[in-house]
Design a protein around this ligand. Sequence first.
Ligand code: COA
Length: 245
Amino acid sequence: MSTVLVEERADRLVVTLHRPEKRNAIDAGVVEELHAVCARLEREPRLMLLTGGADGIFAAGADIAQLRERRAVDALAAINQALFARIRALPLPTVAAVDGPALGGGAELAYACDLRVCTARAFFGQPEVRLGIIAGAGATYRLPALIGEARAKELLFTGRRVLAGEAARIGLVNRVVAEPAELLPAAHALLDEIALASPLAVRLTKLAVDAPAAHPALDLVAQAVLFDDPEKHRRMTEFLDRRGG
Ligand code: COA
């Protein structure tokens, strides 16, 4: 891999976009390498921390040089949209750690993750309409789900930037840290908390939350699977034993 660095840990992959000279703009190479990361996580489910590092850039969006040459048939190929859908559907939770700009497809990549942590100097924006296109890789549906329809429409219509403080206030990010050096530790700490839970219970919870419509039947089936899971019995016994009951 050349534009995406992957660090392997027992319970997670740390995936770092690495195309600094183009501000981590997402080109065909990045897309291909992130698909390879997804394939790995689908085969062997683990948590994922996705970041641009703590040097002041998450991702500047789709590569405008490549985008300019794309035609209708390329739009229909759903290049970024399909990748981001695959990331959203990964079996176990993902956390995006954002420092500096997350713009266009870069912001959509962060929304595709389950949770977001950012630094005080991070900002998000959807400048697509200013470039004559729509935010076609998930922002039109993930952004309303995250921050509500009216706020999402404002950001999508104006392309204005959302700074870290506002991002936290409107629910676009889960945590903001003051200093870049705190970013990755904060993202790992969030993943550490998730890692304490039963992986199967977390996996089925993610499936239920991301199900497309009201889904009481899915919740029932997920709960039925977990009720028969020895891990559930072990964890509940441990709780009861701790209390002497
Ligand atoms: N696609 C292709 N190349 C990009 C890019 C993108 N989305 N964003 C930045 N680059 C390239 C620049 O062309 C420049 O290349 P060069 O050195 O060969 O001239 C290099 O990355 C550095 O960019 P620069 O603008 O000088 O960096 P900066 O640190 O001053 O600003 C950004 C960073 C992200 C704020 C700024 O580059 C930017 O606004 N990028 C476009 C964001 C955007 O509109 N994205 C939506 C795409 S749908």
